[in-house]
Design a protein around this ligand. Sequence first.
Ligand code: SCA
Length: 169
Amino acid sequence: KREEEAGRLKFVCYSNDGVDEHMVWLIGLKNIFGRQLPNMPKEYIVRLVMDRSHKSVMVIRRNQVVGGITYRPYVSQKFGEIAFCAITADEQVKGYGTRLMNHLKQHARDVDGLTHFLTYADNNAVGYFIKQGFTKEIHLEKDRWQGYIKDYDGGILMECKIDPKLPYT
Ligand code: SCA
């Protein structure tokens, strides 16, 4: 059963580009973020998910969004900033979060040309990010990211280097 379900997972990456179908997925994703990130103001979530400079990698199963990661690629600086990351409540701890992050890394490297990710992680999400290869030590030179990402209270800045060759998916 698990295998059959796993076979139906679809990973996509869309932004708000005027395509109706993409909008449907993005609305599903922003609803998941709204429920899973109760400390984030709902208007802020909608604004970033629908912002044209952000992209969202989503996992879709049986025509429903199960979760996703919204990020902003800074192509000239070759890094991406993760804004939100969540899996819907009844599908957590089944490995989807890990697979999602792997698809994100592959897409960011092969399509956007990025070498690193940065994120301000919530305290309770630090463990998840560490398992995904993020560290609290920032190796990326400051002049490549300072002034680009907005720093926010209560978050811990974390970095992940994307392997230039590894097949992530
Ligand atoms: C999962 N793991 C955690 C964890 N959640 N470890 C520590 N703390 C957590 N909160 C572990 C699992 O046990 C597993 O370990 C590994 O991480 C990957 O699990 P998974 O099944 O692939 O994860 P999944 O549950 O599918 O997704 C993780 C995720 C989800 C955190 C996205 O649980 C979720 O949506 N949580 C609520 C929202 C949230 O906290 N989002 C995080 C970002 P093993 O491999 O050892 O089994 S907060 C955010 O987006 C705000 C801004 C920001 O940048 O942080």
